[in-house]
Ligand binder design. Structure first.
Ligand SMILES: Cc1ncc(COP(=O)(O)O)c(C=O)c1O
Length: 456
């Protein structure tokens, strides 16, 4: 099928630009670009044929079509020749039913989309496979690209470094010094990237990378490059597919630079346009209270009694948050996120440091191992269930964006104590000697205490 896609302004200018052009903003109106697909061409297959195709490919087609992203090749980056695809087996992450946890929250039906169960431990792999594959093709076609560069709060740089290394493409990453975890810093170092640790915050790194990539031979890999969004939007179709093509009522996702919430909305709206789903779920963008510019804009719009608009937004200086990957005060994808929230009858919620840490720890008691950003989404879920915005009988999906193991300082600090919050669910290890009888007796004392009703 000769499906076509091109870059076009999100602000509505009609000009089209090829996906292998080095371009991030519309030259006519200055707005961000998005990838627009020829949905008419998609309609050459019926909705059922698309569902059948994706079901047939899921997890079992020849490489690279077994990737959750590339099993949707026609919907993602149809111009990329399969021989140029750089895949590390991304996507197809689990959609976990968490019924015991749901029951405690007062919900009938709760699922967690485990996007952190991935090659570099976060959802960033989904977008990076698309961007690096496109660059790989551009280089194969003779375009001169010396390196691919990004600013990062830790996870983007890990993904870019891994995919760049897999393809043999040099990578430059700009990181805010002291504001990312040890695991996140180690990842691009291990993959051989040029790692620059800047004395600024993420927003400062973002300003530098935009200047750096004014050189057309240094290609920008942040999500303001909408090729990334095309990979990330597959979260939406995977969720629906994993629910047997049923649409949930709500999807909650943590938001920082706001690329992911925009991507999920895009995925949903395209599926609706081609008839694969009949309605779109409501979206909740979940922010940390210490880095909440979209939440503030949403509150301004609500106070004015109307839908969110770009004009409601004012950047903030993001304060320190345990959810370090969303410590962002001037989100680059803001205009796309505003559209996403409005189109999906969205809500913007926020969580305090105490709430996000407790929510993450509480969810872990049900077998998860949540990162602090997922903690933000879970804390927002708790609030929205408590105030009945989300009804008891709703089917809800929470997008877990990273693996908890990348944030072991956060988890250890919570349980050990001495961190920024006091852990309601803290579970300190008991220090014991080595004498077997004493150890056995100590364990029995704890078990007796627990069975007499004391908290776990
Ligand atoms: C783990 C994690 N969660 C959530 C986000 C937020 O995604 P976005 O910046 O697209 O809003 C990020 C982005 O850096 C992240 O790394």
């Amino acid at each position: 099928m000769p499906a076509q896609a091109w870059f076009q302004s999100v602000a509505g200018s009609p000009d089209r630009y090829p996906l292998d052009q080095v371009i991030y903003r519309c030259p006519r109106d200055g707005a961000l670009l998005e990838v627009v697909h020829d949905i008419e061409a998609w309609r050459e297959r019926s909705p059922q044929q698309w569902r059948d195709l994706f079901d047939a490919r899921a997890g079992r087609s020849p490489w690279p079509y077994r990737s959750g992203v590339w099993s949707r090749h026609e919907w993602v980056a149809p111009h990329v020749d399969p021989k140029n695809i750089v895949s590390l087996g991304e996507g197809n992450s689990h959609l976990l039913p968490v019924q015991r946890y749901a029951k405690e929250l007062g919900l009938a039906d709760l699922w967690v989309k485990q996007c952190g169960t991935s090659h570099t431990g976060s959802f960033k792999d989904l977008g990076m496979t698309v961007l690096v594959s496109c660059v790989n093709q551009m280089i194969a076609q003779g375009q001169s690209i010396r390196a691919v560069a990004c600013a990062s709060t830790g996870d983007t740089s890990a993904a870019l470094a891994a995919y760049g290394a897999a393809a043999g493409i040099p990578v430059i990453v700009l990181l805010p010094r002291g504001k990312i975890t040890a695991a996140q810093l180690t990842q691009p170092i291990a993959n051989g990237a040029l790692v620059c640790s800047l004395d600024t915050d993420f927003d400062g790194c973002m300003r530098v990378v935009q200047q750096l990539t004014q050189d057309p031979h240094l290609y920008l890999a942040n999500s303001m490059n909408s090729l990334r969004v095309e990979g990330q939007k597959t979260i939406a179709s995977e969720i629906v597919q994993q629910l047997d093509w049923q649409v949930p009522d709500w999807i909650l996702v943590p938001g920082g630079n706001l690329g992911n919430v925009s991507a999920i909305a895009k995925g949903l709206l395209e599926m609706q346009a081609v008839g694969v789903i009949e309605r779109v779920p409501r979206l909740v963008c979940c922010q940390a209270e210490n880095a909440n510019p979209l939440y503030r804009a949403y509150q301004r719009a609500r106070a004015a009694g109307r839908d969110l608009q770009v004009q409601d937004f004012e950047p903030v200086v993001a304060q320190t948050t345990q959810a370090s990957a969303i410590q962002i005060g001037a989100p680059v994808s803001l205009p796309k996120a505003v559209k996403a929230v409005v189109a999906c009858r969205g809500v913007v919620a926020q969580a305090s440091e105490q709430q996000l840490a407790d929510a993450a720890a509480r969810a872990d008691r049900y077998g998860l191992f949540t990162c602090p950003h997922t903690g933000v989404a879970l804390a927002c879920l708790e609030q929205l269930v408590a105030d009945k915005t989300i009804a008891e009988g709703a089917r809800v999906v929470v997008v877990s964006t990273a693996h908890g193991l990348k944030f072991s300082e956060f988890k250890a600090g919570y349980h050990r104590g001495g961190g920024p919050v006091t852990g309601v669910y803290a579970n300190k290890p008991i220090e014991l000697g080595s004498e077997p009888k004493a150890v056995v007796e100590a364990i029995h004392r704890v078990l007796d205490k627990q069975s007499s009703g004391a908290a776990l």
